[in-house]
Design a protein around this ligand. Sequence first.
Ligand code: COA
Length: 262
Amino acid sequence: MANTESVLLSETHEQVAVLTLNRPDAMNAVNFDMLNAIKAEVASIRFNPDIRVVIITGAGEKAFCAGADLKERSTMPELRVREFIYTIRRLFSDIESLNKPVIAAVNGFALGGGTEMALASDIRIASMNASMGLTETRLAIIPGAGGTQRLPRLIGRGKAKELIFTGRRVDAREALDIGLVNQICEPNLLMDEAMKMARMICEGGPIAIGQAKYAIDAGLETDLNTGLAIESNAYWITIPTKDRMEGISAFLEKRKPVYEGK
Ligand code: COA
């Protein structure tokens, strides 16, 4: 895949798209250019059946993403700030609702919008040098790209309030302990670990994984009975698929299945 914009690098490794936030001199802070580049890339990945999993990471060794570009912010009139917040919130919702899994490979600082981007991802793997936090209240603002909603849903209301009120950063070990990340590893192994997980996901049925993601995300936002109905409908979609028959045939024939997403 071609590089879209220099602020965002995009490459594919077999069925895995790796998006790299590429402003290392600014700790990969998100400016309007980067927002637009990610938006375009996510939109194209949604309808690209050749991509099964997305990994998001940051260029360089210091940062995943230090949040919104505060230098750009300092030049913005209020209306433009509103536009930025609206756009980034919608973008992270697009990432969250992408019909394929998204893994955040958190290398270094992930502050403010950086942590919010990781929260909008399905799975988070952090390197041992990660430092994560919703630090916005220290700037007299609040997390505006989903952080006040996704952090408590992931780690619980009390811990989320503590972290958002204090603006405290957590290191990789604490992030793992509180359930903010799924896994931690040495910095030099981060992309290998993310790729290993992505490849394992690619072994499953594409429609099944899309439906499982939908059932979990939509179901968790409702009561159990409605959630079970959502699960039932999601299961139903997998029944008439060619892949389901392939899964059974492969089992009976003692071979690896070859799924087509059909
Ligand atoms: N927006 C714009 N530029 C940023 C940035 C941001 N969010 N975060 C870091 N940078 C820039 C710095 O201004 C600096 O640029 P300069 O060399 O032109 O001065 C460069 O990235 C390196 O950052 P620096 O602060 O010198 O590195 P550090 O290792 O001392 O600290 C951080 C790193 C990430 C802890 C610190 O930069 C920071 O706190 N950034 C702001 C994070 C934040 O509050 N994000 C929430 C935004 S809502």
